[in-house]
Design a protein around this ligand. Structure first.
Ligand code: GTP
Length: 489
């Protein structure tokens, strides 16, 4: 955890340049007047056309590059894959991608990241395409951002800024929106402080590029702090309510099955298919932000609560993971975690390692032998017959056999549900019970809550003899109800 925090800090302290906080209002996430809206700057400056750049550093500087998710093993995403992902992220906020390219960097420049020639080449590109925004899929310093914006005459957004923007657009519950706002304001505050410290050193105070002066920065900082404090209070209240809900749920001893996975793996599609619920599912990253829960009845009669959670992504700043900790607690507390993977994706293994990195950061045991994770290899419909055969064979050799499914065609879904049933049923008890003939209510309860395997009627007394399978919790409840029923006779 300590290591992860340091990584996140690295991302955030190397954050983009300070900007005066926009205090205009709109109908976005911050509806109250006088509040800053994350990404508002972006909306204001951008023409809607964006250029996406994936800087690839020479090997000796590789560690300066985009960081993989905290706690993850060393994972390498190919430049092309990073380009596809960054483009997908940009499209997720409705930007029109005018150009997307990988740009090699021999030596990272402290002032502009890219060398002089590259900066000029990209300036021409921005000019030609008429883009108002350049997304740099990399951590950039305040100075770099400021200089690049000047050179390109366009707004520059780094990876963290982009992820925050997406989280902001995707948040569906009040808690989610507050969490994003908090993360964003903390991020902005860091940028203000950093930029000021830097200016102090460089110029001994005074203005900078026509930007905010000392008084303005101080004012902005105070506005941010006040807002941060008030969000923290609001969040504490929301978390209390969530705790109450959770306590209520605990009384209904249905196991929680949480769906996790890399962004775009097909979590919402799977959730919708299984529950028939209408949760937003688009070919966009982060279509899911807040957990959505639905009750599902399995073939054995076991009821579960299926929970759709946030999409993970490489380089998800630890600070954001921290902001979503309350949301992700659903995952930590889950009885079973379904790790949905897009098995047709060329980077599927790297993506899986990213997800496991985030999970282990949350304190989830990811060692296959004793973990409560069930891998779901999704999108098998996209595999060629040969690759599908290979995947099936490979799955047989996994310590915990994954379920192969297609959330689009429904292939493998019954087998997945049975696998969930079996995994959850490891501690089930098989009981022989005799129910008094008069107790119709108890019989109804038994049918509703347990898996009745056999049923015979005693010809003399009319009592029912049942063999049933049930969870330890329901076994205890049944025993208590049986005692009551006998006492009442
Ligand atoms: P985030 O919310 O961004 O984390 O995404 P997600 O994991 O919830 O993915 P989602 O369900 O939104 O699916 C992403 C895209 O993949 C959508 O276009 C789906 O239609 C598509 N998809 C999901 N499952 C399958 C599948 O089994 N086969 C195929 N061909 N496409 C799929």
């Amino acid at each position: 955890m300590v290591k992860a925090a340091t990584k996140a800090e690295a991302i955030f302290t190397r954050a983009p340049a300070a900007h005066v906080i926009d205090k205009t209002t709109d109908d976005g996430i911050f509806e109250k007047p006088g509040r800053a809206k994350p990404g508002h700057e972006l909306l204001r400056v951008s023409t809607g056309r964006a250029v996406v750049i994936v800087p690839v550093l020479q090997r000796s500087h590789a560690n300066d590059g985009v960081r993989d998710s905290p706690g993850a093993a060393v994972v390498t995403h190919s430049p092309d894959d990073r380009l596809t992902e960054a483009t997908g992220l940009a499209e997720a906020i409705d930007l029109e991608i005018a150009d997307a390219r990988v740009v090699g960097i021999t030596t990272p420049r402290p002032s502009t990241l890219f060398g002089k020639g590259k900066v000029e080449e990209l300036r021409l590109l921005v000019e030609e395409t008429g883009a108002g925004l350049v997304i740099v899929d990399h951590a950039i310093t305040p100075v770099q951002q400021s200089n690049l914006e000047k050179a390109w005459n366009a707004k520059v957004l780094d990876r963290t800024g982009l992820i925050l923007e997406i989280f902001g657009r995707r948040a569906r519950t009040r808690e989610g929106r507050l969490q994003v706002e908090l993360a964003h304001l903390t991020y902005q505050k860091g940028r203000l402080v950093r930029a000021w410290t830097h200016l102090e050193r460089q110029r001994g105070g005074g203005g900078f590029l026509g930007g905010p002066g000392e008084a303005q920065l101080e004012l902005d900082r105070r506005i941010l702090e006040t807002r941060i404090e008030s969000i923290k209070r609001e969040l504490a209240q929301v978390v209390k309510t969530r705790e109450l809900h959770r306590a209520g749920r605990r009384k209904v001893p249905y196991p929680i099955v949480a769906i996790v996975g890399y962004t775009n793996a097909g979590k919402s599609t799977l959730f919708n298919l299984v529950t028939g619920a209408a949760v937003l599912a688009k070919d966009q990253v982060f279509a899911t932000l807040d957990p959505t829960m639905r009750e599902v009845k399995l073939r054995s009669g076991r009821r579960i609560i299926l929970s759709d959670t946030v999409g993970f992504i490489s380089s998800l700043p630890t600070m954001l993971v921290a902001a979503f900790r309350a949301t992700l607690e659903e995952v930590i507390e889950a009885d079973l975690i379904l790790h949905v993977r897009d098995i047709s994706h060329p980077e599927t293994d790297a993506q899986a390692a990213d997800v496991e990195g985030v999970l282990s950061d949350l304190g989830v045991d990811t060692v296959p032998a004793h973990s409560h994770i069930l891998e779901v290899w999704n999108k098998i419909d996209l595999l060629s017959p040969v690759t599908r055969e290979e995947a099936t064979n490979m799955s047989r050799f996994q310590e915990r056999r994954p379920a192969l499914v297609s959330a689009i065609t429904g292939d493998g879904i019954p087998e997945l549900l049975d696998a969930i049933d079996t995994r959850l049923g490891a501690s089930d008890a098989v009981l022989d019970v005799t129910l008094p003939a008069h107790d119709g209510r108890l019989l109804a309860w038994v049918h509703e809550n347990t898996d009745v395997l056999t049923r015979t009627t005693d010809e003399v007394t009319g009592a029912l003899r049942l063999t049933l399978r049930t969870t330890p919790e329901n076994k205890a409840r049944l025993e208590a109800q049986l005692r009551k029923s006998t006492d009442n006779r």
